[in-house]
Design a protein. Structure first.
Length: 149
């Protein structure tokens, strides 16, 4: 399984918003510059994140984005599944999660299916155990830098 830029950028962008939690909205341009990401791509990613309640958008000259919940309440797993969909290392598990129309014909007799289920469960368990607050607490090298508007 390889994480796409959607998942990586989303986690990075929300991490930046977490660093500014409680300070009001942060311009997406600031997030993009601070983290070295494409502002246009971030705009696209914010749509599903906003719909899921992970971020809020504020319009206007002093507008921008802010977390929809406290950093300790937003898991990396929630961010990734919001933009990527269900976590599955093989297609047959996607069908089970409703992401594909056709379930695997051999699911009942598949010798390796249990292995892939355990792998997916382990990945989900790790991602769901890490919050944005965890990332901030573990990143002693990162200094909080204000963002000019």
């Amino acid at each position: 399984m390889k994480m796409s830029t959607k998942g990586r950028y989303s986690v990075t962008a929300l991490y930046e918003l977490a660093l500014h939690y409680g300070e009001g909205p942060v311009a997406l341009k600031c997030v993009a510059q601070s983290q070295g990401l494409s502002e246009n791509y971030l705009e696209q990613l914010m749509v599903p994140l906003r719909r899921a309640g992970l971020v809020k958008s504020i319009r206007g000259a002093q507008g921008g984005y802010m977390l929809g919940r406290e950093p300790r309440e937003i898991t990396i797993g929630a961010i990734i599944t919001t933009v990527e969909g269900p976590i599955a290392v093989v297609d047959c598990l996607l069908a089970e999660a409703g992401a594909e129309d056709q379930p695997c014909e051999r699911a009942c007799a598949c010798v390796t299916r249990g292995i892939w289920e355990k792998v997916c469960d382990s990945i989900s368990e790790v991602l769901d155990s890490i919050t944005l607050q965890t990332l901030m607490d573990n990143d002693g090298s990162r200094k909080h830098v204000g963002c000019g508007r």
